[in-house]
Ligand binder design. Structure first.
Ligand code: ATP
Ligand code: CA
Length: 508
């Protein structure tokens, strides 16, 4: 934050704003083996190396434990309707399904569903298998799901206990995926004797099936947009629900996380006192595994510290923060209705680089209004003072009512219109933002208004009091000629204001 309080910041989520939202499975860890997923070849390899039981459990979890739908069109092509994360998993599942050539895993009946939510960061279902057995599936943030597992599936399809050593090696795989900027998800299942009572689906005793690494590339131009924000004095912070290593990798790629910046986990953020947070937040660049409330808390504290805060988001989990922010920017394509309703601006193309345009136009409008006010004040101060001084000393006003109306019509309307419609330029993004408590009429504007007014009053005063001698006017028309001359001088003096408007802008 700058010493004068003029600071701004953008808190952005990761998926969809900084990244493309077009997710694909990139790596999969299953039965102690990590494979890069590229095409049908990988599916063939999985079919050849894994037992039927493993493949079936994997496909059951992908197809049964999903909030998204695979729809077969009239042309026979599959379309997936749902979130990008689930779409990536279902695309993988469809590929594998094609290779193993079975739809057995689809013949289950859903008994209970606990949809994905941003607080639990997982989705669970209980299904009845075709042979009558009851099975729960869980899919979610990899570290969270791994904690729920005490067994793992091996190549033969046998369930083996999950030793400490094994847990460490799986955690290493998760970190490896995350360091590669991949979103990681773990899939697990639990066989049950009967359907449990109540709404809650159990959270322990699961068998781990696989860990997925899902790729979501950074949008082109985001790095440059972040740099533009930084040179405009706007701090960009990433607040995401993703794993800390994934978040760090993406933030580094986007130029958000620097060597002296701070990246923390949501759980650590929540454990701090408000005082500790105030010391920590100026250095904070990345917050990972955040809950909706963490995003809201961060925005509230930033605002209480005097920062002007913009928030970008797409999900329902972003809604509280979008509502709390000075400027809430929701994504138009991927954004949920709740996010859009709580936002002030909707970014139609979901692109972070568009936010630069929002900032640029915001600044242009603010500067144009300042220019308009400075112009208006100067014209009116000079007109008023000229007539007042003249009325007090000579007894008549040199600028008549009709002349002032004429000035009003031509200069104020057209001049102000010209000033107010000036488009933004790149220079605007090289100056610091305007602080929350900063005066609308800055000291440079006061300097320009005073300087211009004194200069114009001196010129008009000289003409008023010594004009006839200087212009060698005599006879009955002298007064009217002098009055016209003063009026025209007054009008042409205003042309010079434009130069000081730019001066103000330069030294702002
Ligand atoms: N459909 C899903 N089913 C299960 N787990 C999911 C699903 N979608 C996301 N996840 C897990 O939840 C995490 C994201 O949580 P959340 O949706 O709260 O984040 P977010 O703030 O929207 O993230 P981002 O900043 O990436 O948009 C992911 O890292 C993933 O592990
Ligand atoms: Ca999101």
């Amino acid at each position: 934050m700058r010493d004068d309080g003029s600071s701004g910041c953008i808190c952005t989520d990761k998926t969809g704003t900084l990244t493309t939202n077009r997710m694909v499975v990139d790596k999969i860890w299953i039965c102690d083996e990590t494979k890069s997923f590229r095409n049908k070849e990988t599916s063939e390899h999985l079919k050849a190396t894994l037992s039927r039981e493993v493949i079936l459990s994997l496909l059951q979890c992908i197809f049964q434990n999903s909030g998204s739908e695979v729809v077969r069109g009239k042309d026979g092509r599959n379309t997936i309707l749902g979130t990008p994360t689930e779409t990536a998993l279902l695309e993988f599942g469809l590929d594998l399904e094609g290779v193993v050539d079975t739809t057995e895993h689809r013949d289950c009946t859903k008994l209970k569903v606990e949809p994905f939510n941003s607080v639990k960061k997982k989705m669970s279902v209980i299904v009845s298998l075709p042979d009558g057995r009851v099975r729960a599936f869980c899919k979610g943030a990899s570290e969270i799901t791994l904690q729920m597992c005490d067994k793992v599936l091996n190549h033969e399809g046998n369930v083996v206990p999950l030793s400490e050593k094994k847990i460490r090696s799986i955690s290493d795989v998760i970190n490896l995926f995350a360091n590669d900027a991949l979103r990681t998800l773990s899939l697990a299942y639990k066989d049950m004797d009967e359907v449990p009572e109540g709404d809650e689906i159990s959270t322990d005793g699961y068998t781990l099936i696989a860990v997925f690494g899902i790729k979501d590339p950074v949008r082109p131009g985001v790095r440059e947009a972040v740099q533009t924000c930084i040179s405009a004095g706007i701090t960009v912070r990433m607040v995401t629900g993703d794993n800390i290593n994934t978040a760090k990798a993406i933030a580094r790629e986007c130029g958000i996380l620097t060597d002296d910046g701070l990246a923390i986990d949501g759980s650590e953020f929540r454990s701090k006192s408000p005082e500790e947070l105030k010391n920590l937040i100026p250095k904070l660049q990345v917050m990972a595994r955040s809950l909706p409330l963490d995003k809201h808390t961060l925005v509230t504290i930033l605002r209480s510290m005097g920062e002007v805060v913009a928030v970008t988001g797409d999900g329902t989990n972003d809604a509280p923060a979008l509502h709390e922010a000075d400027i809430g920017l929701a994504m138009g394509i991927a954004g949920t209705e709740v996010a859009k309703e709580n936002a002030d601006v909707i970014i139609l193309d979901d692109n972070f680089t568009t936010i630069i345009n929002v900032a640029k136009w915001g600044r242009a409008v603010y500067i144009n209004i300042q220019k308009f006010v400075q112009f208006q004040l100067t014209v009116n101060v000079v007109a008023l003072m000229t007539n007042f001084v003249s009325a007090c000393t000579v007894g008549n006003a040199p600028l008549t009512a009709v002349q002032l109306l004429w000035v009003n019509m031509i200069m104020d309307t057209l001049g102000a219109l010209a000033l107010a419609t000036e488009p933004p330029n790149d220079e605007m993004m090289k100056r610091p933002p305007t602080g929350r408590g900063e005066n609308f009429i800055t000291k440079y504007m006061w300097r320009n208004i005073t300087g211009q007014s004194i200069y114009q009053l001196v010129v008009l005063g000289v003409l008023m009091f010594d004009g006839k001698r200087l212009l060698k006017l005599s006879g009955s028309d002298a007064d009217i000629i002098l009055s016209t001359f003063i009026f025209n001088t007054f009008v042409f003096c205003q042309v010079l204001i434009s130069s000081t408007l730019n001066m103000k802008f330069k030294y702002f």
